[in-house]
Design a protein around this ligand. Structure first.
Ligand code: ATP
Ligand code: MG
Length: 212
């Protein structure tokens, strides 16, 4: 936890926010690639509370999404999971997440917020967009079906990283479960088992946007 790295001597902490409904190998590969490329000491996965962008569909219980994230990341010593968003009442805004993690980490932590290309292109519409860039460096990861281009964000505050294309989305996993198709190898084994055990996604309506 306290390892210091790089010329600045600061701990480099990646923050990967997501609904994780369910977490899948696209999320895990993206986090692993960013961690390697930016020499991060740790990546903390932060399941959202109520995602304000997803008010139109029913999201699984926070506790199920949290536990799936714990199960999926448990074997990696540099991955951890934070409850800050699911324990904070009201809709989740990234600015609150980053403020809370920055405050807990203290001045010796450098934050890297990891996000997919789809989310990055909307970032200027997020709450307190200007302040976001003062708290964290932003890393936009490619994901299949989304073109990675610089969305005109502040110079030096955003990096774009191409990661191996894994055309996996949580929406597709949910639809597969609901129609009886397998999700083996799209998600970690423990997630297949957890979804079965809890009976998740048996009756999902198909979402109009498979990629977001
Ligand atoms: P949904 O289909 O329900 O929108 P999702 O697969 O997009 O789910 P989220 O929890 O919304 O999963 O994603 C969290 C973050 O991970 C987002 O920044 C998203 O862009 C990124 N991400 C999701 N899937 C991939 C993937 N296959 N490759 C790279 N990044 C991904
Ligand atoms: Mg999404």
């Amino acid at each position: 936890m306290m390892k210091a790295v790089g010329g600045t001597g600061k701990r480099r902490l990646g923050v990967m926010g997501g609904t994780f409904d369910p977490i899948h190998h696209g999320h895990l590969v993206a986090a692993s690639e960013v961690a390697h490329h930016f020499h991060l000491d740790e990546v903390v996965f932060v399941p959202t509370g109520r995602p304000w962008q997803k008010a139109d569909r029913t999201v699984s219980a926070a506790e199920d999404r949290y536990l799936m994230t714990v199960i999926a990341t448990a074997s990696n010593p540099s991955f951890s999971v934070s409850r800050v968003d699911i324990d904070r009442p009201g809709p989740t805004y990234t600015i609150d997440t980053l403020r809370e993690i920055a405050a807990a980490g203290g001045p010796d932590v450098e934050l890297y917020f990891i996000t997919g290309a789809d989310a990055l292109s909307q970032i200027l519409s997020w709450r307190d967009a200007d302040e976001l860039f003062t708290i964290a460096h932003f890393v936009g990861a490619t994901r299949p079906g989304h073109i990675l281009r610089d969305p005109g964000l502040p110079e030096g505050k955003v990096s774009l990283l191409e990661i191996p294309a894994l055309a996996i989305s949580s929406s597709e996993c949910r639809e597969r479960v609901s129609s009886g198709q397998p999700i083996w190898y799209l998600v970690p084994d423990g997630i297949v088992q957890y979804i079965n055990k809890r009976g998740l996604y048996r009756h999902v309506r198909s979402s109009p946007d498979h990629q977001s």
